[in-house]
Design a binder for this molecule. Structure first.
Ligand code: AQP
Length: 332
């Protein structure tokens, strides 16, 4: 059975981009068709300036939202990264295989490092090495497929390179995984700045639909979305990024392609109204399940405990094998 692994960082409140670009497919497709693991990658949240209490709270909220999105612990493994030591153990070995040049070429690093310099004056070394930890997350489980949004595909390419290099140097140890970005909604853009991604750690609140936004807040944000100077409602991501983004969101909610919706609307207002209602309807069941899960915190604890035990059992043999292969004797 195909092994699937994907993760989500507790760096902010989860967004519609996280849901349409990743989580929805995890729940609707991946957990049914594969042996899937989904992880709250909390170690990755420490790569930028952070408030420890907030990361703690957001890890919990992220895990709860994963379950609310429809992940079923009977069908897949849901756990928190820092509960499974194998991620950090393997990450160090992979740092011994990766090069600093490779790290500095990563687009996310190039985007985030200047922002960190502006905010706090320095950039944490872990921000540079974060893709190696991500590679460890994936390789520890013998992952075949990594369902991620477009923003993460470069990191999966790096993971492939590291797996191949390790296998060539030290003997076959890792499965070489591949990214499987979604066909629709691979990159949902900020409603106020449709040339940048809707990211959960951005400061631009009005441009981001959060999964726990009240319906009226969702409507307001979408009705105020920036559109473009023309008036035809056509799908043209280069020339009309604002309208293209709305078409992308509506198409994802209705399980069609944005091209199919191109030309179906006469005005931006009508497109916005339908998009807003479609998003409200997509979020409604998720928000209801979230409320029920918050009322039963013991259930979430139990899922995470069992998930971590299962994940440890899967990761340990491969990570131990990597330690032996690279020349480290087992503990006596
Ligand atoms: N805007 C987006 N459109 C489509 N997919 C998206 N994803 C994130 N934003 C969008 C996908 O969600 C999954 C989990 O993402 P992540 O939390 O691991 O990190 P990220 O990609 O860096 O997401 P954010 O929200 O932008 O976080 P910050 O702001 O902290 O960097 C991934 O599969 C991602 O592709």
């Amino acid at each position: 059975m195909t092994r699937v692994f994907s993760g989500i960082k507790p760096t902010g409140h989860l967004t519609l981009g996280n849901y349409l670009g990743a989580m929805r497919r995890w729940a609707q497709v991946d957990q049914h068709q594969s042996d899937a693991l989904f992880c709250v990658v909390d170690l990755h949240a420490l790569t930028v300036d952070h408030d420890p209490a907030r990361v703690f709270r957001l890890s919990r909220q992220t895990a709860t939202l994963l379950l609310a999105s429809g992940l079923d612990p009977e069908l897949c493994t849901v756990f928190v990264q820092s509960h499974v030591d194998e991620h950090a153990r393997l990450s160090y070995l992979l740092e011994c295989v990766a090069t600093d040049g490779e790290m500095r070429r990563m687009i996310q690093y190039k985007e985030k490092a200047p922002r960190e310099r502006e905010r706090g004056g320095s950039v944490r070394l872990s921000l540079l090495t974060y893709p190696v930890l991500m590679a460890a997350d994936i390789l520890a489980y013998g992952t075949d497929e990594v369902p991620v949004g477009e923003d993460q595909t470069q990191h999966v390419e790096l993971t492939r390179d590291l797996a191949v290099r390790f296998n060539q140097r030290y003997g076959h140890t890792f499965v070489v995984p591949r990214a499987t970005p979604p066909k629709v909604a691979a990159r949902i853009m900020n409603l106020q700045d449709p040339t940048s991604k809707m990211g959960k750690s951005d400061d631009s609140g009005p441009g981001i639909v959060y999964l726990l936004d009240e319906p009226d807040v969702v409507r307001k944000k979408i009705m105020r979305a920036v559109t473009d100077s023309g008036s035809d409602v056509v799908y043209d991501p280069e020339g009309r990024p604002g309208v293209a983004n709305l078409l992308e969101i509506l198409a994802a909610c209705q399980d069609v392609t944005p091209q199919e919706l191109s030309g179906a609307y006469d005005t931006y207002g009508a497109l916005k109204k339908d998009t807003a209602e479609a998003v409200v309807e997509v979020l409604r069941p998720l928000q209801e399940r979230h409320r029920a899960l918050c009322a039963d915190p013991g259930h979430v604890d139990g899922v995470l405990r069992t998930g971590a035990e299962r994940a440890r059992g899967m990761a340990r043999p491969r990570v131990d094998a990597a330690y032996r292969a690279i020349g480290l004797p087992p503990a006596l």
